[in-house]
Design a protein around this ligand. Sequence first.
Ligand SMILES: Nc1ncnc2c1ncn2[C@@H]1O[C@H](COP(=O)(O)OP(=O)(O)OP(=O)(O)O)[C@@H](O)[C@H]1O
Ligand SMILES: [Mg+2]
Length: 51
Amino acid sequence: MIAANSEALTISGLDCFYGEVQVLYGLDLVLNKGEVLCLFGRNGAGKTTTL
Ligand SMILES: Nc1ncnc2c1ncn2[C@@H]1O[C@H](COP(=O)(O)OP(=O)(O)OP(=O)(O)O)[C@@H](O)[C@H]1O
Ligand SMILES: [Mg+2]
């Protein structure tokens, strides 16, 4: 059994730029142990950049 609120990964307020172009704006993400997290979004939304 996996304990609740058992965080494996926490990202808070992540900004990302390619040169001067910002592509991630304050991304927050929490992944708990035992969870599978899926990222959905249109083409170019920033899924690969996030990973
Ligand atoms: N190496 C790079 N240099 C400059 N801009 C980039 C680079 N890689 C991605 N981008 C830009 O950053 C933004 C996010 O791209 P990203 O590839 O993370 O999106 P994505 O959600 O994975 O897209 P897709 O659904 O097409 O895989 C897009 O505007 C893209 O054009
Ligand atoms: Mg991608």
